[in-house]
Design a protein around this ligand. Structure first.
Ligand SMILES: [Zn+2]
Length: 146
């Protein structure tokens, strides 16, 4: 028999299973594999060279985790303080922030941009330091409540 040897099975990247798997060759052009059928999910798709993705060591490093941890570490001190204060003053009335209102220590403030916060410090004569979930802000108010 002098005919060319036909490849009937090949390792290819399955676009459905998202890993390298054995595929049955469905169509060839010359000696190039055009179409394959996944032996695992039985799907036919165009041939994709193996990507070695079934090997975790070869997978590209994931940056998302480190970034998330960094972000969490940055926001933690304020957020912890905020949670503590919010819990301590759970029963306090929440007032919408306005520069025309007077705020007292431990007042809960609802700010359109920063969300809910707690007045942590009064700064004479007309500023308050408010701890929000993600940040500490100095806000203007109408002055000490009388
Ligand atoms: Zn598959």
């Amino acid at each position: 028999m002098a005919s060319t040897i036909k490849v009937t099975e090949t390792l290819a990247y399955c676009t459905s299973c998202k890993m390298d798997l054995n595929h049955t060759v469905v169509a060839m052009k010359g000696d190039r594999i055009i179409k394959v059928q996944c032996r695992t999910c039985k799907k036919e798709h165009s041939y994709k060279a193996p990507k070695n993705v079934n090997d975790p060591a070869a997978a590209p490093p994931k940056k998302t985790r480190a970034t998330k941890e960094q972000k969490a570490a940055q926001s933690t001190p304020v957020e912890v303080e905020w949670s503590k204060l919010m819990a301590a003053h759970e029963s306090s009335e929440t007032r919408s922030y306005s520069a025309k209102s007077s705020f007292a220590l431990a007042d809960k403030v609802k700010h359109p941009t920063f969300g809910e916060g707690i007045v942590n410090k009064l700064i004479y004569p007309n500023k308050v330091e408010v701890i929000f979930q993600t940040d500490v802000k100095i806000l203007i108010h109408a002055g000490e409540a009388r």
